[in-house]
Design a protein around this ligand. Sequence first.
Ligand code: ADP
Ligand code: MG
Length: 597
Amino acid sequence: MKDIINILPENVANQIAAGEVVQRPSSVVKELLENSIDAKATELKILIKDAGKTLIQVIDNGVGMSKRDVSVCFDRHTTSKISNAKDLFNIQSKGFRGEALASISAVSHVSLTSKQSGIELANQIEIHGGKLKSNNSTVSEVGTKISVKNLFFNIPARRNFLKSNNVELRHIINEFIRIALAHPKVKFIFLNNDSELYNLPSSNFKKRIINLFGSKTSEKLVPVSENTEILNIDGYIFKPQFSKKTRGEQFLFVNNRFVKSPYLNHAVNSAFEGLIDTKYNPSYFLKLDVSPSSIDINIHPTKTEIKFEDEHSIYAILRASVKHSLGQYNISPILDFERNKSLDIPYNYEKNASSSVGIDINTNYNPFDKKDLSNDYIKLNSFEDKMNSLEFSSETNELKEFDFDNFKSDVAINHPIQLKRKYIINKTKSGLIIINQERAHQRILYERFLTSLTVENINSQKLLHKIEIEFSKVDIDILRKNKNIFNQFGLDFDLGVEKITINAIPSFIKTENLEESFSNLIFNIKNELPDNSFSESDLISKIMSKTLSIKNGKTLEINEQLYIINSLFACKETMICPFNKKTFVKIQYTDIEKMFK
Ligand code: ADP
Ligand code: MG
C-alpha cells in the first residue's frame, strides 16, 4: 500500500494558519498594536497606505527585542508571554499564542527592526511569504518598527476578497479605537495616506473618549464606578437622550481587552429600560477589572470573546451600577423618541382629513376618465405643496413627469390604506397590492438620483445662513473623499478640522434635518452598503435613497400614500428596491377566494 499522507512544509502550514489570525488589514493592525502595548510602549505611530492593502507600519518605543529574538519571533509558537500551560490561566498580556507574526509574515512582505536599550545596534529582518530574505544589524532607536507590505500578495483569492478602501479603513479604525480606548495613557499617532487621522496625547479615560469622539462628547458622559470583591467597574455611559438607533458606541473592556459579550451588553441595555425607546441603543464605555484567573480568553483566535467564571454575578453588578449612575445623575424617564414623530396623529392630518383626497370612496371614479385624471392631477399638485414640508423629494416638475398612460392598468390609484405604518394596501383589478413604503420610496429616490446624476443636474439652493456641523476627524475624512460626488448632488460644503460649513443643499433636503441627514449619510457610507455597486454614482444614489427615504413607522396621509404608489409604478424597475428586496407583493382575488373555501 502506498502512503498518501504528506507532512506540509512549514510555510504552507503557516499560510493555512494565517487564515485564522489574518482576515483583513485590520487584523494585522490589531496584532501589531497589541504587540507594541505588550512591549510596554508609551508612544505608538501607525502609518497606513491604501487602507492597509499596500502598507501597514507600526513604530513603537517599547522594550525591543534581542538579536536572537528578532530571528525567531516569526516562527510559529514563539512567544515571550507564556512558558507553560499553567500560565494560560493567568494571562496579563494581549498576545500569548505566538502565532501573529508567523501568520502575518506567511502572507505578506514583512520587515522588522528592533533595538533594546543599552545595546548599540538594532537588528533587522526581512521575510517574504514566510521565507527569510535578510537578517542584519542597523542603526535605529530603542523600540520596534515593523512594516507589513502587500498583504495577501501570495493568496490572490484573499486579496480580491478585500472590500473597498473605505470599508477596510473603517475596520482598521474600529480596531484602533478599541485599543486606544483600552490604553489612554499611551500616546497614539495615526496617519492614513500621509494625512493625520488621530493624534491622541497620553491622557485619562475620559479625555481619551473625548479626543476620539469629539469635544461635544463631554456633556453626554455620565460616570459609572463600582468596586466589589469579584469585579471593579470604571467608565462612562451616555445620557439616555444621546442613545442611537445604530449600535454605535458600545465598548466593553475586560482587563483592558475589548470584548464582545451579548450577555453583558444585555445587562447594560436593561439598566436603561424605560429610559429609552426600545429601538435605540445606549452608548457606553465600560472597563471591567476581574482576576485574570477567573476568565478564559482562550476560546477564540481573535480573542474578542471571553468566558467568565461567575457570569451571573457580573451581569447583576454591571446592571446595578449602571442603574445607580443613571439614578444618581438624576436622569428621569421622560424620553420617548418616536412619540412626536409618528405615534401621534399628525396635527395636519386631523385638520385636513376632510379635504384630503380619496378618503370618501368615490364609486364613480374611473382612472381613465380624462376629466378625473386632470382632477387628480390638481390634487396631486396641491399635495406637492405639502410635500415641501416633508423630508423627501418635492421638486416642482416631479409630478409633471408622471406618465399616467403607462401605469400598469390594474393599479387603481384611489383610496389606499396604510397598515402598521409600514404597508400601503391598494385595490387592483385582479386583487390587492401591498407595498412596503420605505423600500418603495428608496426605489423612487434611487431612480431620480441616478437620472439626475447622469442626465441632468439636481437643483441646489444656496443657504442664506450657512450651517456648521461638528464631525469627528474620521467622518471629515470620509466627507472629503466623497466631496465631488456630494457636489454633484447639489451639496456644497467647506471642510474644517472637526466641522463642516454647509453653503448649499439640494432642494429636497430639509434644513432642520441637515445634521441628522449628514450623520446618516456618513454612517451608511461607513457601514451599511455593500460595495459591489457599479459606479460611484450608483453607490451614492443608493446611499442617498436609503438615507432620505421615508421610513417604515411613519404615518402617511392618503396623499402621501398615493404619491408612493404613483411614483413607484412610474419607475423603470418597480418590483425591487435598490437593495434587491421586494417593494410590493400581490394577492390575487382568486387566492382570496380559495381562502374562503
Ligand atoms: P504573541 O504576541 O502571541 O506572543 P506574536 O507572534 O505576536 O506572538 O509575537 C511573538 C513575539 O515577538 C512576542 O511574544 C514578543 O516577544 C515579540 N514581539 C513582537 N512584537 C514586538 C514588539 N513590537 N516589541 C517587542 N517584542 C515584540
Ligand atoms: Mg502578538
